[in-house]
Design a protein around this ligand. Sequence first.
Ligand SMILES: Nc1ncnc2c1ncn2[C@@H]1O[C@H](COP(=O)(O)OP(=O)(O)OP(=O)(O)O)[C@@H](O)[C@H]1O
Ligand SMILES: [Mg+2]
Length: 768
Amino acid sequence: MPGDAPDLSDHPLMKHLNAPQREAVCHAHGPLLILAGAGSGKTTVITRRIAWLIEEEGVHPGSILAMTFTNKAAEEMRDRVQRLVSVPLEQLWVSTFHSFCTRILRREGDRTPVGRDFVIFDPSDQKSLMKQVLAELHLPEKQFHPRKVLEVISDFKNRCLLPEEAREEALDPWTRKVLEAYDLYQKGLRSHRACDFDDLLLYTERLFREPALQTAYGDRFKFILVDEYQDTNRAQYLLVQHLARRHHNLCVVGDEDQSIYGWRGADIRNILDFQRDFPEAVQIKLEQNYRSTQRILDAASSVIANNSQRLGKTLWSDLGHGESIVFKLTDEGRLEAEWVVQRILELRATDAEAKVAVLYRANWQSRQLEEALRARNLPYRLVGGVKFYERQEVKDLISYLRLVSNPFDLVSFRRCVNAPSRGVGPTTLAKIEGAIPEGGTALEGLADLLRRGELKGRAQREMGRFLELFRRAAGEREAQGLAGLVRWVLQESGYLQSLEDEGTLEAEGRIRNLEEFLSAAAEAESLGVRLSEFLDRITLAADADQVEESAHLSLMTIHCAKGLEFPYVFVVGMEEDVFPNRNARETPEGLEEERRLFYVAITRAQRRLTLTAARRRRIMGTEMLGMPSRFLREIPAEALQAPIRWGTELYQAGEGVRPGSSFTRGAGGASVATELQRIRGFFDRVRAQAEEPADPSGHRDEQPEPEPESRPAAGAWPGGTRVRSPRFGRGIIVASSGSGDGLTYTVRFAEAGEKRIVARFGMLEKEG
Ligand SMILES: Nc1ncnc2c1ncn2[C@@H]1O[C@H](COP(=O)(O)OP(=O)(O)OP(=O)(O)O)[C@@H](O)[C@H]1O
Ligand SMILES: [Mg+2]
């Protein structure tokens, strides 16, 4: 409140802060909610407030608990506070929820079933335990994939539900079985004296339900501050509630528009209900953004205004209008990556230290960027992820290809023989290796064992198939070329199938990486590259990674970029099915979460925001025509350097934010109404993707063609959709053409290869 605290603006801890920020910093007691948009100084306020409590209110650092979202954020916050205060801060608790809970359980663990000296199970430990559990319950892994079951259990735990408490939720037989597995899994963890990550929260929350402990810790942490409150899940929410119940000195900051972890159980209601939980809460709004220029903010506000689940707030900046937002459409994915790298090099020429971030929706998108950066020897850092060619599934696939290329490669043999799991334990592996003839290969050793009937049961079956794969590979390599071989290996090895069976979000990400690898192979093949050269390139590329990393150029997913800021930001892949993501746009909630992600992406930029897209992109090795991301149209024309065109098509909202509200008039001089209809039609067809129809009898779309080579089939399933045909089994749509009765899909079937199927007769079913 201006004028409310006239003296404080001179206080060193209030330096540069505006009136509402100051009010939040010196707010002494009672619940405080700071609900504000991106870059308005929420994290800054938390940091200053901690310093204020210590320096001005005389609060002991050990009485303050601050929760952040990542370890990195915690470190940074501690450093910043330390620079502001004169006392040592060893006793100050700044941590993530998980590390906070670990510390509590190490002290109080005697009261939990796993004691104080528990071990923490990582995902692979969890999986092995779950496999035992499933075996014990005679639940086939095909229907109860260990990771899928663990995903469901995790969801229960995030909602603080133990097996007996989750019964009401288990309405179908499958979930009821999962609950049995949950129960046994917990018993297993207990017998190992182990916690999984979710247990850390779950057990701590249970502990704090006890009045004695609640009082003890409530008295210890007299002041609690939580950053990124919009992304807390139920367990975290309850934990904070227990701790704050005693003193009510809880300060939470958040932005409902930046809630991007719904898929991990974050509950946006936690922030929306704060006032209900603490009726006496003071609410402070921060409206000035100190991070970005006005144009960037306009774009962000305009985009997020399309969401319904929000409280609504204004943001302004006095950093000036700034540079216009650039949108660049390139012909294909590789050119998009090269264009971005070229712009970064130009930037470097004028400002060698410029901090740049390239953001993308999903991990698979890093591949072409990494390749383009390496081609120009530009050091970069991949934040919060693993470099593309070092990802587990990518390395697994490479090991198959290496072994095809060079059967003597024992290291690759060892890797791929059990990926996916074929029940080959160390004993069998030793047997195989023991059977390798002098100067021969592991495959020969394996063949020998099989001939002598020394492998039994599952190992015999699976190893027989494995051997057969390599017997046929040479022929496939000749007949199908590089990309064909990769696709064939993915299918024949059962690798893809095992991930599909898993059906988890993580598996989905891995599948996307493998599909991207397939695209890399297709790209290389189109340049005349053969298998061994392709493998050499990958090895050399991985080697080039030994060069230094640069903190000035960061590549990361948007999720990883939360809370961060960079002068120069690129957001790549602005196409439907990429961003918004292919799965997420199925539901209105999913779409809103994608839009919040885009809002987060835009608001990372301080000075310059560049959006890019590719007209064609290889999906699973096949070139697909991309459609413009619907989000592009939500950016106001005034914020953009030039109207967005997609090919010859104008694709942009003129003013206002609601789709279809009003459009810039096309340069061709068409009437606004016609233009409107044309663009709307285009937008409606966004769901449909098509390649040039190969079949001349394919029914032609009556509508005007936006592109000579594209004939989007209205209402068709997009490329990438997984389908099942009664005749050919499971497959994936790679293209479609025609419409109505003439709608025809090109489907790549796992068994039968590529087929063209007329939708009306093909009885295709979409797979869930
Ligand atoms: N009063 C101020 N004067 C000048 N700069 C400020 C002020 N308040 C915050 N800043 C700066 O603005 C930027 C954004 O601040 P901060 O990261 O705290 O915002 P935030 O609300 O936490 O953002 P996000 O929503 O992305 O987490 C930082 O560079 C910070 O130093
Ligand atoms: Mg922040």
